[in-house]
Design a protein around this ligand. Structure first.
Ligand SMILES: *Cc1c(COP(=O)(O)O)cnc(C)c1O
Length: 232
């Protein structure tokens, strides 16, 4: 099942890249494995997947210990400052930095371990009450301020679009995030690149790829529905 799902998702990504006139390697897939057991991660790994996304620090750390070392782990969930110290050194990319205080904490803990940490700034493009992330208006200032911190490198932006039946409704939000990244790039801030755009989930990743996503985060579309009642 996982192998078939992966083929479908990867084909869809290629189709969307083609449709947008983008190169075949311009967007990559992160398999969102939160709540799913390591056996399922290994099934995806066997199909060549090396990027996995988790939203809890402890779950990420536990899975990392049990799984091959060449996996790139992406922290995609809301991150509390008191958990940062347990995460440093474990991630390829932290997608969910949404305040200066959090960036500062990551910088501080990274300095202790003398390791560099790549981060994205999470933007709440659709201004949903229920979601984390800075507003479009606040994002450039946060980027500029956080860029001055040692041991962290801002690689781009991330957004979680609204949960909707019709993915076309999210196209405008993806366009906004892309435009924001272009605007920030034009400011030429030191220690900032805007090469990464983390946007698109199971319901809307094709639209996101058409609008410039470089990382789609797909969980349900690969591993099936999540059951939050069963502890792993
Ligand atoms: C859970 C989650 C995903 C994956 O969602 P699906 O709809 O299952 O693809 C993507 N991004 C974030 C930040 C998530 O928390």
């Amino acid at each position: 099942m996982i192998a078939d799902n992966l083929k479908t998702v990867q084909n869809n990504i290629r189709t969307s890249l083609d449709r947008a006139g983008r190169g075949q390697t311009d967007a990559a897939l992160i398999a969102v494995s939160k709540t799913k057991p390591v056996s399922m991660i290994m099934e995806a790994y066997a199909q060549g997947i090396r990027d996995f996304g988790e939203n809890k620090v402890q779950e990420l750390a536990e899975k990392q210990e049990q799984l091959p070392k060449d996996i790139r782990w992406h922290m995609i969930g809301h991150l509390q400052r008191n958990k940062v110290k347990y995460l440093i050194g474990k991630t390829a990319l932290i997608h969910s930095v949404d305040s200066y205080r959090l960036a500062e904490e990551i910088s501080k803990e990274a300095a202790k371990k003398k390791t560099d940490v790549d981060i994205l700034i999470e933007v709440n493009v659709a201004q949903e009450e229920s979601k984390f992330g800075v507003s479009m208006e606040e994002a450039p200032d946060l980027v500029k301020k956080a860029a001055g911190l040692p041991f962290i490198h801002i690689k781009g932006l991330m957004t979680i679009a609204p949960n909707t039946e019709n993915p076309e409704e999210n196209r405008k939000y993806f366009q906004c995030l892309k435009q924001l990244s272009v605007d920030i790039t034009s400011k030429n801030v030191d220690n900032v690149s805007m090469n990464v755009l983390s946007m698109g989930m199971t319901n809307d990743y094709m639209v996101a790829v058409e609008e410039g996503s470089t990382y789609v985060r797909v969980g349900t579309g690969i591993f099936g529905e999540r059951n939050y009642d069963v502890s792993i």
